[in-house]
Ligand binder design. Structure first.
Ligand code: RIB
Length: 312
């Protein structure tokens, strides 16, 4: 395509405080961890950075606190060349933070304290409306108020902007307000919480995706970690195979998937190939520690895609 895709992320920004340990304490117990990492995170911010690293023009609509983390977050966006015109600093509330605990196999547990993210309201979407109308794709997650997400989905529909909703972390939501999204992309846990159906296998994932379609979504992608991703629509379902890697830290892999997929699709790459590329981009992100700092830049991704012949 002639120009880079324009991606707008309306979402969260957190500071990630990640502890790596062999085990985790029981109530009343103190144990020693192995190492610690401080980094920029938040599902929205991570998706914005992934999209930027993949080559898109990216604008972020977000709120941070008037504290050290907030100021550093704005600088971090700017260092990637992400448009921060609509990232506001708010008084009287902390920035979003996320204590994260990672096991030796790379599996993570996260507690998010939303702080300023919870003050991002529909009025903030309106304040950014002129800029948003120029976007090709609006990307949303669940770390900001649901009313803002519902509003942004309707905004995208009204202005014929592609809309991707990543319901992360899992929350009971009024799905009717989300049906207008072009893509609904939960992981297994999120899909389970939303449908009440277990997702322990690819067959379970197919049943769950079918349920989401029957409820009213037009296109569902279930991200399945090491099993790849499943795309489902009225045209049928297809499992997009995973790429083999040795994961060190899976935190942010879902965000890497969403951010990169929005760009590949925005570049006009056919949907299935865009999903397969996003599978690889997400897999590569698990080979390094942290979230944003684990995401590969486009040349690294391109070389890896070529080295593997574009095949899992
Ligand atoms: O998806 C990973 C992200 O979840 C982390 O960066 C953390 O901030 C939480 O939002």
């Amino acid at each position: 395509m002639a120009r880079s895709p324009r991606i707008a992320v309306i979402g969260s920004a957190n500071t990630d405080l990640t502890t790596f340990a062999d085990t985790f304490p029981r109530a009343g117990e103190t144990i020693f961890g192995n190492s610690f990492d401080l980094g920029f995170g938040g599902k929205g911010a991570n998706q914005a950075v992934a999209a930027r690293l993949c080559g898109a023009e990216v604008m972020m609509i977000a709120k941070v606190g008037a504290d050290l983390f907030g100021e550093a977050t704005v600088k971090n966006f700017a260092s990637f060349g992400i448009d921060t015109t609509h990232v506001r600093i708010v008084e009287g509330v902390s920035s979003g933070v996320a204590p994260i605990f990672v096991e030796p196999n790379g599996q993570n547990r996260i507690i998010v304290v939303k702080g300023a993210n919870d003050t991002l309201k529909p009025a903030d979407v309106d304040a950014a409306a002129d800029a948003l109308r120029g976007a090709d794709t609006i990307v949303l997650q669940f770390e900001i108020p649901l009313e803002t997400i519902y509003y942004a989905v309707q905004f995208a529909r009204k202005h014929k902007i592609r809309c991707i909703v990543n319901p992360a972390p899992a929350l009971p939501a009024n799905l009717e307000h989300l049906f207008a999204a072009d893509y609904f992309i939960p992981n297994e846990t999120e899909a389970e919480v939303i449908t009440g159906m277990p997702v322990h296998s690819v067959d379970d994932a197919k049943k769950c995706a079918g349920e989401l379609l029957s409820r009213g979504f037009s296109k569902v992608v279930l991200t399945l970690g090491a099993r790849g991703s499943l795309v489902a629509s009225s045209q049928g379902m297809e499992l997009m195979a995973p790429f083999a890697v040795n994961p060190k830290d899976t935190t942010g892999a879902g965000d890497a998937f969403i951010g990169s997929f929005s760009v590949f699709l925005g570049e006009g790459i056919a949907e299935k190939e865009a999903l397969s590329r996003a599978n690889l981009y997400a897999a590569l992100s698990t080979q390094r520690v942290g979230t944003q700092k684990s995401f590969p830049a486009r040349p690294e991704f391109k070389a890896e895609w070529a080295r593997r012949g574009g095949k899992p």
